[in-house]
Ligand binder design. Structure first.
Ligand code: CU
Length: 279
């Protein structure tokens, strides 16, 4: 889905070395009032609940008061042709208080990715990868680390724990190092690009993908991304999706899959209309 994008690609000053390596910076924001995060109910698993003094919120959309969107992955499209070696530092996906930390990681093809258990009780690391192959292994010991065989191919996939169904993380495997994940302030910085024109991709797990064209000049460029909320699905559409998925009516309030699937159904014609209008 291509949303509205504001971007600026600016040369900040003339006369600097034209081969300087750039900082591409910018910010991702949520367009509108961010949805209220829902609290994860860990009460059924005392070990998990005991790890948190404060309520723990779902991380599907994490936005600040000003709409600052966390956990958006920004990367150079087709960046593999630029070259660049895989970092020697492993990327770590920790399980801490029955939450994955961090919620989203980027890793380069061939770079080491490992899972860690900081909890000292059973989790299983279940990666729903396709091109990298599905993986599923247990971790029970405190401090246990295992290498994940999941960085062979470019792919974005979800990792979940079947013991604690709320646990979810995302792994974005890229064939180049030109990427960043936005922080609490929605900001990102991609380092190391030479001057030139690039397409940036910004991906958010629930809000989809956007692109922006940038020109790095004299070592600087900026691109901001504004993610529109998905359109709300009508009760009728949700009901239709429930019927297709054979979910009972009593599951109305709980059926997030239905709502998400229905929202996709609703959005699809709008997207088609936009494309038609653009022609
Ligand atoms: Cu778990």
């Amino acid at each position: 889905m291509k949303g509205r994008i504001w971007l600026s690609a600016l040369a900040l000053s003339a006369g600097m070395c034209s081969v300087s390596l750039a900082d591409v910076t910018g910010k991702a924001v949520y367009d509108g009032t961010p949805p209220k995060p829902r609290e994860i109910n860990m009460k059924a698993v005392p070990q998990c609940a005991a790890a948190h003094a404060d309520p723990v919120m779902e991380e599907g959309i994490v936005a600040g008061e000003g709409g600052e969107l966390k956990n958006v992955v920004v990367y150079v499209k087709d960046g593999g042709k630029l070259g660049g070696a895989a970092p020697t530092t492993p990327v770590e996906l920790d399980q801490k208080g029955c939450i994955y930390v961090p919620h989203v990681v980027t890793v380069m093809v061939g770079q080491e990715l490992k899972a860690k258990n900081s909890d000292g009780f059973l989790h299983n690391v279940h990666g729903l990868a396709k091109d990298n192959g599905e993986f599923n292994f247990p971790q029970q010991q405190k401090g246990q680390e295992n290498k994940i065989d999941g960085t062979k191919a470019v792919e974005t996939y979800k990792v979940k724990c079947d013991v604690h169904p709320w646990m979810a993380a995302w792994v974005v495997v890229l064939d180049h190092p030109y990427s960043a994940v936005t922080g609490d302030d929605g900001q990102y910085t991609i380092k190391g690009l030479k001057d030139g024109k690039y397409t940036l991709v910004a991906w958010q797990e629930k809000l989809g993908t956007q692109e922006a064209q940038i020109e790095v000049k004299d070592g600087k460029a900026t691109a901001d991304f504004k993610f529109a909320p998905k359109k709300k699905a009508s009760a009728d559409t949700i009901k239709e999706v429930q019927e297709v998925l054979a979910v009972s009516k009593s599951a109305d309030a709980e059926c997030e899959h239905c709502k998400e699937a229905a929202a996709t159904v609703v959005v699809a014609p709008v997207k088609g209309a936009e494309q038609a209008a653009a022609k």
